[in-house]
Design a protein around this ligand. Structure first.
Ligand SMILES: [Zn+2]
Length: 167
């Protein structure tokens, strides 16, 4: 299977973004990636591909994270790594990985996972809105060149000598 390099941005508390590049199957990078994330087979393959990469950087993520549980302040036992796919951006695909330190209490882990899910739902809604908006822009793009030409004509005609002086 053909691979292609993809950027991984791990978002940590203490060291900001840890950037790595990994080769992942080219088939993951598709304009449909957002839609595909509702496809159980895509999800399964995606999770399987992410797992070793998450593991590889777990220690670095832990070292770069707050040593206290973000929920209760107890010492951190592990970090939760949540990869968010931006593989629909086929020109510059990347994975944004949220890194959240938690203690060993399952309650804290559950609560933190819930917070992450809420946050992801928000981001997903925003992305969908942006894409719908982009779709509308594409629909209107045909009339844009005309306006641009007209606007330019007015600008040149209307610009007095002083308008361009010193520019
Ligand atoms: Zn805790």
């Amino acid at each position: 299977m053909a691979n292609r390099p993809v950027r991984f941005d791990f978002q940590t508390d203490l060291e900001g973004t840890l950037k790595y590049v990994h080769d992942i199957p080219r088939s993951f990078v598709t304009p449909n990636a957002q839609v595909m994330q509702h496809d159980p087979k895509y999800i399964k393959n995606f999770v399987a591909a992410m797992q070793p990469i998450m593991l590889e950087h777990e220690a670095a993520c832990r070292a770069a994270s707050n040593p206290k549980c973000q929920n209760c302040g107890s010492p951190t036992a592990k970090v939760l790594q949540t990869p968010m796919s931006w593989l629909h951006l086929v020109d510059e695909p990347f994975i944004n990985v949220l890194v959240n330190p938690v203690c060993d209490k399952s309650d804290c882990e559950m609560r933190t996972r819930q917070q992450i899910q809420d946050m992801m739902a928000e981001v997903t809604a925003e992305v969908q809105e942006a894409e719908e908006y982009a779709g509308k822009l594409r629909d209107t793009v045909e009339v844009l060149p005309l306006c641009a030409v007209q606007g330019r004509g007015i600008l040149w005609k209307g610009a007095p000598e002083g308008g361009l002086e010193g520019a």
